[in-house]
Design a binder for this molecule. Structure first.
Ligand code: B12
Ligand code: SF4
Length: 498
């Protein structure tokens, strides 16, 4: 049976990240004997529903699977409806983070969806494919009833099977099926312009920050053995010529023993690969950073969130501002770039707490910073605190504005304002934070200091001005970026360069 997996378009931007989740589901389905195609419309932001349906049906699927993020849930439903209109008998399966929070509700509110796979999808999807006959009709009830992580329709009823436990044997899962993705088309690049791709080397995270969605992999921490991580890197290198990897695990650095073993393997094997990862500020000591740098670690991404100690406690971050300062300094001293992620508009945020965050972001030795508007995603503790306010509002409508990615560039205002500041002030603060980081930040000073000619320095200062940024459209903007990157290769620009 043929499976077609679909990721919806993002409307505002091209996704530069291959859809790893769909890759894992495809890998398992293919290994289970079901030819699978992946259609990632994250690469085609303006694709119409009609075009998507036409193109996906050309692959002649027997089953369609759609991945759902919260803010694109309404698009996923539109797609499901369009597929159903065109091919009423074609089973439609929704999976991914959003429906994992609302498995039964999704089938209740979306008649075009036949199944929901909640939690990890590899085995659920493969078992479902096995249970469906070639004409696409579900076999006897008991077969479906035994598939963990599945919600299905039984006559007029909706049946929710038990959750599939987090996959303890990820070593047995096939690598994501990158050969059915258009890997070459993803524009993800490392800071130095090298092609880069993503990998996942663990699942879960033992912490419980209030804004973080833990519905998929939970608080257990399951890791891929180091030899398999390296085998996957080598496979990617051999097949696609990519030498730079971004480990998008929730948290790459939970288990220090495993991390140091990985570092040793990388050093011994002398593969020359570079890699980046997500980390917490409280896990590593100075010497770990040195060892990681020697093993090819080029950048660490830290969720710092706030510069206010009370806010830090309020979001259950379990980290201190001293740990933030130490981690970023040690990382930078070891020669690893550090990127900081900050949230503005946290519950109870005031002018003072926001200012603390912005001031701290500017002072830290960060090569990049990203400032986002707080969005409480369903399935998070932060959402649970406020969800009663939205009782009765259709979910498809409610979450349309849930993407704060790129801060003010894609949304006009925060989806829910949990702070003590007005919506417009919050947006101003995001802009002030970005501007401050570029002009008075440690990073801006470092960059300026590296320019030798006074003319270059003057030009650099000009490019940092707000009015120039506003003017800098079209070809001039690109010229400015090229100029800066030629002189200062470590200059990082937008999400395409990580
Ligand atoms: C890399 C990443 C990104 C990348 C790229 C996303 C991408 N294309 O993959 C970037 C940086 C761009 C990004 C951006 C955002 N992200 Co993000 N991101 C991640 C991260 C760290 C890894 C994603 C990944 O590859 N996971 C690994 C795979 C194996 O997991 P998976 O994709 O969920 O797939 C599994 C299951 O969900 C299921 N499944 C998924 N799809 C399907 C489909 C079918 C049919 C079936 C059967 C099963 C199934 O099976 C898979 C295998 O088990 C996750 C955290 C995480 N640990 O997953 C957050 C995460 C997905 N992101 C999240 C969010 C909120 C965002 C943003 C909305 C944040 C923002 N600032 O606006 C943006 C929006 C992006 C967009 N426009 O869609 C949330 C999603 C919450 C939600 N309810 O939707 C997560 C879970 C982070 C978190 N813990 O809160 N993100
Ligand atoms: S934000 Fe990071 S540390 Fe906190 S729960 Fe999520 S993955 Fe874990």
């Amino acid at each position: 049976m043929n499976l077609a997996l679909v990721a919806p378009p993002w409307e505002v931007m091209i996704n530069s990240y291959p859809p790893l989740g769909l890759g894992y589901v495809a890998g398992a389905a293919i290994a289970g004997g079901h030819p699978t195609t992946i259609h990632d419309y994250g690469l085609h932001p303006h694709a119409s529903v009609t075009r998507i349906v036409d193109e996906v049906l050309e692959a002649d699927p027997d089953v369609i699977g759609i991945t759902t993020w919260t803010h694109l849930y309404h698009v996923c439903c539109e797609l499901a409806q369009a597929f159903k209109r065109r091919r009423p008998a074609l089973p439609i399966v929704l999976g991914g983070p959003h429906v994992t929070v609302f498995p039964t509700e999704t089938l209740e509110e979306e008649p075009a969806a036949d199944y929901v796979a909640f939690g990890e999808g590899e085995l659920t999807m493969t078992e479902l494919m096995d249970a469906l006959d070639p004409s696409g009709e579900a076999e006897s009830g008991p077969d479906l009833a035994s598939i963990e992580g599945l919600v299905w329709r039984h006559g007029a009823d909706i049946v929710k099977n038990p959750l599939r436990g987090i996959n303890t044997d990820i070593a047995k899962l096939p690598f994501p099926a990158r050969d059915v993705m258009e890997i070459e088309r993803y524009p993800l690049r490392a800071w130095n312009g090298e092609r880069m791709t993503t990998m996942m080397t663990s699942r879960g995270c033992p912490y419980a920050c209030t804004y973080c969605f833990k519905g998929l992999f939970g608080r257990r921490y399951i890791t891929t053995p180091n030899d398999l991580i390296i085998a996957e890197m080598e496979e990617i290198h051999d097949q696609y010529g990519i030498d730079h990897f971004y480990f998008v695990d929730d948290l790459f650095v939970v288990n220090i023993k495993r991390l140091m073993e990985f570092v040793e393997c990388m050093k011994e094997r002398k593969l020359g690969f570079k890699w980046q990862c997500l980390a917490r500020v409280d896990r590593l000591e100075k010497e770990h950073y040195v060892a990681m740098a020697e093993a090819g670690c080029s950048k660490i991404h830290y969720g710092i969130e706030t510069g206010d100690p009370e806010m830090m406690v309020r979001v259950d971050k379990e980290a201190t501002l001293t740990q933030v300062a130490n981690a970023v300094r040690w990382c930078s001293d070891a020669g690893i770039m550090a990127k900081g992620y900050f949230m503005l508009g946290l519950p109870g945020e005031t002018e003072e707490t926001a200012k603390r965050t912005i001031d701290m972001a500017c002072e830290l030795q960060l090569t990049e910073a990203m400032f986002s508007l707080t969005t409480p995603f369903p399935g998070t503790a932060m959402w649970n605190d406020i969800k009663d306010r939205f009782e009765g509002i259709p979910r498809k409508e409610l979450f349309k504005r849930a993407s704060y990615y790129y801060g003010t560039k894609t949304v006009s205002e925060p989806m829910f304002n949990l702070s003590q500041l007005s919506m417009s002030r919050l947006i101003e603060l995001v802009n002030e934070a970005e501007y401050g980081f570029r002009t008075r930040g440690w990073h801006a000073k470092q960059l300026e200091g590296k320019l030798e000619s006074p003319l270059d320095r003057l030009f650099f200062r000009l490019t940092q001005k707000k009015w120039v940024k506003r003017l800098g459209v079209g070809p001039f903007k690109d010229l400015g970026k090229k100029w800066l990157r030629r002189r200062l290769p470590e200059t990082v620009d937008s999400s395409t360069y990580m």
